[in-house]
Design a protein around this ligand. Structure first.
Ligand code: FES
Ligand code: FES
Length: 151
C-alpha cells in the first residue's frame, strides 16, 4: 500500500493506506484521533467535520490520498495547549452539549464559519448543516454569537 504524509494537529504523520481509504478511517483507526465522529459516512450528518488547510471538510468522504501534503485539524488540535479556543469556551459557557456525539463536528463547523463571517446572522448560523439528534441548535446559536462577540 502507498504511504501518505500530512500534518495532523501540528504533527507530521505518515500512513500506509489504499488511496481511496476515507480520511476518517485514517484518523480514527490508524492515527487514533477519535474526535471526528462517524455518523453517516455519506456527507450528510457532518459528525466528522474537521478542517483541511483551514477549511471545513468531511473526512468520511475525502480519500486519504486527497489529504497528502495538507494540514488536517480536528477538535483535538483546536485548543492552544491549556487554552481552549474561544468557540470551545463559548460551548462550555452555554452548556451546549447533551450526549456530545455531534459536538466536535459542530464546534469545527462553527470555527470555520467564524473564520469567514465575523458576525454571523441567524441565517448564516442556520446554514450550518451539522445534525444534532439531541436538538441543541438553540444553544449552538447562542454559543456562536457569544464566541463571535469575543473574537
Ligand atoms: S460521518 Fe456523516 S458526514 Fe461524515
Ligand atoms: S448533542 Fe447529542 S447528537 Fe448533538
Amino acid at each position: 500500500m502507498p504511504n501518505y504524509t500530512f500534518v495532523v494537529n501540528g504533527k507530521t504523520v505518515t500512513v500506509d493506506a489504499p488511496a481511496d481509504l476515507p480520511m476518517l478511517w485514517a484518523l480514527r483507526d490508524k492515527l487514533k484521533v477519535r474526535g471526528p465522529k462517524y455518523g453517516c459516512g455519506i456527507n450528510v450528518c457532518k459528525a466528522c467535520t474537521s478542517h483541511l488547510d483551514g477549511e471545513a471538510f468531511n473526512p468520511c468522504v475525502t480519500p486519504v490520498s486527497d489529504c497528502a501534503g495538507k494540514e488536517v485539524t480536528t477538535i483535538e488540535g483546536l485548543a492552544d495547549g491549556e487554552n481552549l479556543h474561544p468557540v470551545q469556551e463559548a460551548w462550555l459557557e452555554q452548556d451546549v452539549a447533551q450526549c456530545g456525539y455531534c459536538q466536535p463536528g459542530q464546534i469545527m463547523a462553527a470555527v470555520a464559519l467564524l473564520k469567514k463571517t465575523k458576525n454571523p446572522t441567524d441565517a448564516d448560523i442556520d446554514a450550518i448543516q451539522n445534525v444534532c439528534r439531541c436538538g441543541t441548535y438553540f444553544r449552538i446559536r447562542e454559543a456562536i454569537k457569544s464566541a463571535a462577540a469575543k473574537m
